[in-house]
Design a protein around this ligand. Structure first.
Ligand SMILES: *Cc1c(COP(=O)(O)O)cnc(C)c1O
Length: 432
């Protein structure tokens, strides 16, 4: 812990390996959420396929599914010097919200809408969820206000889904939120409240305001099982995509996944799902900016002596706006404590370098947050900590064929001008 902590304080990028990672058989049965909960979430989203097609006629849905492609990225692989297979799970292009938040955010709003409509007798149990788009439902939903605190992307996801169904919607944005994300929401008729403080204070203000409203529904990103389960379904979808790609996942063919982490819900839900689907053959690494390593701090300081990254002298100021979170979700950190293999930290300069690299090698355009995991394979394969981890898992470099997946979590909605700025900065840094 001492080295880990001094690296955090000194802002030295690192791979932290989780000392309490345990076999799935000894962890998953004891968690308060189970495989069936994830399947239930997946089924509900599938039942909503026709609804999504109705609500979002312009979105490119796969049979009503809000899903992203799995891309083989051999040119990037060469540049990163990574052995084995390298893929990108391209949630930057998730329809409807343009980020990983589409699965969780859309799912939780759907769940509330279904419950409210059932209670009001507007739909019956087992009905197709298309009914939620009826005029009667819309008029009923108008009386309810859904609110959420966000650094940007969760607000987009919730705001777009809530307003599409007719709910009033208030998004409390932290100071980190980008102007264009606020504008996009206002264009959807969502009320955006700007806060001078950080993500946690925006969430707190939203929570208080919503509690004062009898028809207020607060989506609590710091403490939400529905969000977590909505995110988890990505694992079931990935399983099918790997099968189609002909990629086996087992002891001889381990799967290494690198997922950007903010408050923890998205990477936590995905990790939970992947562990159910692939067991101990999948190894989940989270990725955080040097200024906001909140999950690393929560997991590495088991005695909870630090409540946020401010307590160790960090400022939580990063261009990875989606990851600018000073304190991890206590719910998620407790759920993944023994499931996550490790956490890598990354500088903002490296985020920009990777954004540019990905653009020139594969033509893909992502936001800086989405590149947080890109140093992961290098750390795992070439650092002392990484090699110790592989040895400890009995993974022999020469005898196994690893598949690495970089989870690119956001970017397709980023305005052109902003993208050009990201790429110019990355190019400058790479050629310096
Ligand atoms: C929100 C977000 C994440 C991380 O999700 P959390 O649930 O906050 O951990 C990663 N990448 C992007 C682009 C995001 O918007």
């Amino acid at each position: 812990m001492n080295d880990t902590l001094s690296n955090l304080r000194l802002r030295v990028p690192q791979l932290w390996v989780n000392p309490v990672l345990a076999p799935v058989d000894s962890v998953l049965p004891h968690l308060p959420v189970q495989y069936d909960h994830m399947v239930d979430a997946d089924n509900r989203l599938r039942r909503a396929g026709q609804l999504f097609t109705t609500l979002f006629p312009d979105a490119e849905l796969d049979n009503g599914l809000i899903e992203s492609p799995l891309l083989k990225v051999d040119s990037l692989k060469k540049v990163l010097g990574c052995s084995g297979n390298l893929y990108i799970k391209a949630d930057d292009s998730l329809p409807v919200a343009g980020s990983v938040k589409a699965r969780g955010g859309v799912y939780e709003v759907l769940l509330h809408a279904e419950q409210i409509a059932l209670q009001a007798g507007l739909i019956a149990e087992g009905d197709a969820l298309t009914g939620l788009a009826s005029e009667a439902c819309r008029r009923h939903f108008e009386d309810y206000t859904i609110s959420v605190g966000s650094t940007g992307n969760l607000g987009l996801s919730i705001g777009i889904m809530a307003s599409a169904l007719g709910f009033a919607c208030v998004v409390h944005m932290s100071a980190d939120a980008k102007e264009w994300k606020k504008k996009r929401l206002r264009d959807h008729g969502v009320t955006v409240v700007e806060h001078a403080g950080d993500y946690a204070s925006a969430v707190e203000r939203g929570r208080l305001q919503s509690a004062a409203d009898a028809k207020g529904i607060f989506i609590d990103d710091e403490n939400s099982l529905p969000l977590f389960l909505g995110y988890s379904v990505a694992a079931l979808r990935l399983k099918d995509q790997l099968t189609v790609a002909g990629i086996a996942v087992d002891k001889q063919n381990p799967l290494m996944v690198y997922i950007p982490c903010g408050v923890g819900g998205a990477p936590g839900g995905i990790c939970f799902g992947l562990k159910h689907v692939f067991g101990d053959a999948v190894h989940c690494f989270f990725a955080e900016p040097l200024a906001s390593p909140c999950m690393l701090l929560a997991l590495a300081s088991a005695q909870k002596e630090f409540s946020s990254v401010y307590d160790i002298g960090l400022d939580n100021k990063t261009d990875a706006d989606g990851l600018a979170v000073a304190a991890a979700s206590p719910l998620v950190s407790s759920l993944v404590r023994q499931l996550v293999s490790g956490i890598v930290t990354i500088s903002d300069d490296d985020l920009y370098r990777h954004v540019y690299r990905l653009k020139i090698t594969e033509g893909l355009e992502i936001e800086p947050s989405a590149a947080a995991g890109f140093n992961g394979p290098h750390f795992l394969l070439h650092s002392e900590q990484g090699n110790a981890y592989l040895r400890q898992c009995g993974i022999d470099h020469s005898a196994t064929r690893m598949t690495h997946i970089l989870w690119t979590t956001g970017g397709s909605f980023v305005p052109e001008e902003e993208r050009r700025r990201f790429e110019a900065r990355g190019k400058r840094l790479l050629t310096e």
